[in-house]
Design a protein around this ligand. Structure first.
Ligand SMILES: [Zn+2]
Ligand SMILES: [Zn+2]
Length: 659
């Protein structure tokens, strides 16, 4: 339905003989007989918030979902091309004479928001998509080895820094060709000479390249070629650009600007320096190292250009390779394999080595004896008495071969073998077997734990080292919607002008969606919360928030008791959200018992009077005022004349808050 954006589209799609050319201000249902409905004819005003209420079993859902929604869906499918229809299948016409004024129908039920195990609140609401764009465009990569931010500068940006030095500043442009590496580098110096450069700086000292420069092959050295020396003044831009380009080429993407310390004023700490050489910064001469690629000038760690897909745990470009982006690892668990440490190691402590009969599987006891002999413990002792070093060998294996003593009838045979450990043996068996039965049997010894490499954060370490206002993407998705709102609301102050210009649009989209979530009472959810673990009401409200975010108009939304499980305070916000959906130009039909929702509706319909066979009729309809005067069951309740019992019993308690 995404392609249909304007009201006009829908009318075009839904033209029938009756509706043609006539503006529709209501949906007219004639002769509805689904389930227990008794030939119901009812008018529902369009572009309004309509509540259908009544006892449980009175026929509310039969009217809202089985008739109106079902027909809306059916007509939608019929309006599609034959090609599209073949994928959707035939839909049965509900038992109704006819319905006029119907719009494309969107049902927001309480079914889980997603079946994909990788879906999170962030992905189903599209917030994560915008986060990925935001981090790719405005994020600052940090060296994962702890060397601080690695920024990238274009030649132009580096030239700008040089140009802004005070006039008269003496400036040297250096190309770092060797950085902190052992060696004598005779051939490097020869090549510099051949390339026509005269001066080099070796370990901070100036030399002519033809000098006999003392370099100890066992010590670390830094060699920089002096590409140019000049004095800052008007009209040097051309020369600056050429020299910086030449230096970047020689320095494989790195260039050092070295200038008089006195010029440091006015340059300030805000200069977009990739890295400052602290020792020099305190002395007379200031060195600033720039990099035109994302690479750490300290350790050489380099990173390709940031792309949105790198921040996706569903993409091989971003997913932690250890857990393939799931954040968890299911592995053999020593506590499940050996639940009783009072049992002797060789005789039954390791459960997968024991048959159902209680007998220990052949050759395992002898293997464990051999491990004991190799490490120095007695494998016939209970597990709790075996030293840690011994149990480590049992679980994780030994690098040296062990000697196994096998007894056969009369004699004993010895042989050497490698002991890979219980965990690795089980893993191998699990991976190599073709038998589902064996796999199922072994699964009882496995447990699911946070991935040891990414600690459940699902992304590669270098991706997690990309930060925005000091936070990586995983830290942000770990925040609740409320905290996230606070973070993004205050983000502008923490970003540079450039970052801000790039980030603005994505931040706006993110903030909007976060507010929708807060408005439907979901401020406590974290963005990384697995969508499958959401309660029905939560999933429904997320879909509601997503629908508002999509900005569709001219739709018919049908919701089933959206207030369920919602705290009183949040109920008002939910109602405001429903009204907002209406104000966007949609018809919102809510099946609901909630008093506040009913009183906020534009139109109320009660089905009844009883349940099942005794229901299925419209007993009252109208605006809130008309409805309250109708004397129907719900009106009596709303007027405080009667306590209503059945529907309330179906509700979850309002207090305390589910959070
Ligand atoms: Zn580094
Ligand atoms: Zn991982």
């Amino acid at each position: 339905m995404n392609g249909l954006r304007s009201k006009k589209n829908y009318n075009f799609v839904y033209i029938s003989g009756v509706e043609c050319g006539m503006p529709q201000d209501k949906i007219v249902v004639v002769g509805a007989r689904e389930n227990n409905l008794k030939n119901v004819t009812v008018e529902i005003p369009r572009d309004k918030l309509v509540v259908i209420t009544g006892l449980s079993g009175s026929g509310k859902s039969s009217l809202a979902f089985d008739t109106i929604y079902a027909e809306g869906q059916r007509r939608y499918v019929e309006s599609l091309s034959a090609y599209a229809r073949q994928f959707l299948g035939q839909m049965d016409k509900p038992d109704v004479d006819h319905i006029e004024g119907l719009s494309p129908a969107v049902s927001i039920d309480q079914k889980s928001a997603s079946k994909n195990p990788r879906s999170t609140v962030g992905t189903v609401t599209e917030i994560y998509d915008y986060l990925r764009i935001l981090y790719a465009r405005a994020g600052v990569p940090y060296c994962p080895n702890g060397h601080g931010p690695i920024e990238r500068q274009s030649t132009d940006q580096i030239v700008d820094v040089a140009k802004e030095l005070p006039e008269g500043t003496r400036l040297q442009i250096l190309a770092p060709v060797v950085r902190g590496r052992k060696g004598e580098y005779k051939s490097v110096l020869q090549e510099i000479n051949k390339a026509g450069y005269v001066r080099v700086r070796v370990d901070g000292q100036m030399y002519e390249v033809t000098d006999d420069i003392p370099m100890d092959r066992y010590k670390q050295h830094t060699i920089e070629v002096i590409v140019d020396r000049l004095v800052v003044k008007e009209g040097i831009e051309r020369r600056l650009t050429d020299s910086i380009e030449a230096a970047l080429k020689m320095g494989k993407g790195l260039v050092t600007l070295s200038y008089d310390g006195a010029s440091r004023e006015g340059q300030g700490q805000d200069a977009p320096a990739t890295h400052r050489l602290e020792a020099d910064a305190t002395g007379e001469v200031v060195d600033v190292l720039f990099s035109e690629s994302y690479s750490c000038p300290e350790c050489g760690f380099s990173m390709s250009d940031l792309e949105p897909r790198m921040f996706s745990f569903n993409s091989p470009y971003g997913a932690c390779p250890e857990c393939t982006g799931l954040g968890t690892k299911t592995e053999f668990d020593p506590d499940l394999i050996c639940p009783d440490p009072n049992k002797p190691l060789r005789n039954g402590a390791i459960l997968p080595f024991v048959y159902k009969s209680g007998e220990v599987k052949e050759w395992w006891p002898e293997m464990l004896d051999a491990v004991g002999r190799a490490v120095g413990f007695d494998a016939s002792r209970p597990v709790k008495e075996i030293p840690e070093k011994g149990m480590n060998a049992v679980w994780y294996g030994l690098s040296e071969p062990i000697t196994v003593h096998m007894r056969y009838g009369r004699g004993e045979r010895k042989f050497n073998t490698r002991w890979e450990g219980v965990l690795a043996s089980l893993k191998k068996r699990y991976e190599q077997t073709d038998s589902e039965w064996v796999k199922n049997d072994l699964q009882q010894y496995m447990s699911t734990k946070p991935c040891p490499v990414c600690q459940g954060r699902r992304l590669k370490p270098e991706v997690l080292a990309v930060k925005l206002a000091g936070r990586d993407i995983s830290t942000v998705t770990n925040l609740s919607v409320e905290d996230c709102l606070a973070f993004f609301s205050g983000l502008a102050k923490k970003l540079t002008k450039r970052q801000l210009a790039i980030a603005e649009r994505a931040v706006k989209e993110i903030l909007e969606r976060l507010r929708f979530l807060e408005n439907v009472g979901l401020g406590y959810l974290t963005l990384d919360r697995n969508a499958r673990t959401l309660a029905g009401g939560e999933a429904q409200r997320i879909r509601l928030a997503t629908q508002i975010g999509s900005g569709l108009m001219g739709c018919l939304y049908i919701l089933d008791e959206p207030s369920i499980g919602l705290h009183q305070r949040d109920n008002r916000k939910l109602i405001e959200t429903l009204l907002r959906l209406r104000d966007l130009g949609n018809t919102v039909i809510v099946v609901e018992h909630d008093e506040e929702t009913m009183l906020s509706a534009d139109w109320l319909i009660e089905l009844g009077p009883g349940a099942g066979e005794h229901g299925g009729k419209v007993v009252a309809e109208g605006t809130v005022e008309e409805f309250l005067r109708s004397g129907c069951e719900t009106a009596q309740y709303l007027n405080g004349e009667k306590e209503i019992e059945v529907p309330l019993a179906r509700r979850q308690p309002r207090t305390p808050s589910p959070v």
